[in-house]
Design a protein around this ligand. Structure first.
Ligand code: GDP
Ligand code: MG
Ligand code: ZN
Length: 292
């Protein structure tokens, strides 16, 4: 049996690459369907190669280190959350992506692209997310500024880019890997018409492993997450939370809330706390409706 990683899946055929870089076209054994397991891009597998023109078989899927449903990918270790001055940042999305990262123990990085349009923005973002311990990088895919820093941050990771459409994810991936990807407005149009057949592939180029995926912008909070667990994915609150008067405290305007106090004293970013309360209320609604 050989070992490799799924780098693409289409119509029940999977491309698996072994450690030497050789590609194999495989199908999944029926036992996976019976067990309701779908092989995902990023999965580490044992396989038997096909003979001649025949495809081979995926025999085993190794346990996953991380798992996403939308987009369907396994084993990513880093999420590059990309934002830019244009389109106007959706920080609620950024915070959701951070919750997702912390929840799955995936390393988040905040990549502020298009710094050529607004040189102040990276510093503002860095300031707001410093308490959460998230690395912020100032970038311009257009001028190339900061790209080497991003490349260094990505070394050794399986990276997925996430963020609103138009922030420059494909342009960044293209600049880093040399891979020719659809960028800009044309891709938007094509993508809409292609929703059902869109595919994900793991690009392995120039020492980087990157998943090019248009997904993640429709991300919901982790399913089946009890609302009181949300605060665990806010490292910037942890330093103060043990001083709250009530235990447990949801930091939702309870009297004597030390997180609220810290925000009023400028020790926690007030936007982070406001958006946390928005997400908490969403999580509470989901939780109430979960058996409907
Ligand atoms: N000014 C500027 N424009 C950029 C930069 N990076 C990407 N763009 C432009 O932003 C638009 C959207 O880029 P794209 O990579 O398709 O974004 P995606 O939807 O996140 O994949 C394109 O027109 C790019 O040329 C940058 O650093 N500076
Ligand atoms: Mg794109
Ligand atoms: Zn509190």
């Amino acid at each position: 049996m050989e070992k490799g990683r799924i780098i693409q899946g289409r119509g029940g055929l999977y491309t698996v690459r072994d450690e030497a870089g050789q590609g194999f076209v495989l199908r999944a054994k029926n036992k996976f369907r019976r067990a309701n397991i779908t092989p995902l891009v990023g999965d580490n597998v044992d396989f038997t190669p096909g003979r001649g023109e025949e495809h081979g078989w995926i025999e085993e899927i190794h346990p996953r280190r991380s798992y996403c449903l939308r987009p369907p990918v396994a084993n990513i270790t880093q999420l590059v959350i990309t934002l830019a001055p244009e389109p106007v940042p959706d920080l609620l999305l950024v915070d959701k992506l951070l919750v997702f990262s912390f929840h799955q123990r995936i390393e988040p990085v905040l990549a502020v692209n298009k710094a050529d349009l607004d040189p102040d923005m990276p510093g503002e973002i860095e300031q707001a997310y410093r308490g959460a311990g998230v690395k912020t990088l100032a970038l311009s895919a257009q001028t190339g500024d900061g790209l080497e820093g991003l490349r260094r941050a990505m070394a050794g990771h399986i990276t997925c880019f996430a963020g609103q459409s138009g922030v420059g994810k494909s342009t960044l991936i293209a600049a880093l890997t040399g891979e020719d990807l659809e960028t800009g407005e044309i891709s938007q149009r094509i993508r809409r018409g292609r929703q059902t057949t869109r595919h994900i592939s793991l690009i392995e180029k120039k020492g980087l492993q990157v998943l090019d995926t248009p997904g993640f912008s429709l991300l919901d909070l982790p399913e089946e997450m009890p609302p009181e667990d949300l605060r665990q994915d806010y490292p910037d609150f942890a330093h103060f939370a043990h001083q709250c008067r009530f235990a447990p405290c949801l930091h939702d305007r309870e009297p004597g809330c030390a997180v609220d106090q810290a925000a009023r004293e400028g020790k926690i970013d007030t936007g982070r706390l406001e958006r946390y309360r928005q997400l908490l209320s969403q999580a509470q609604d989901n939780w109430r409706e979960r058996y409907d």
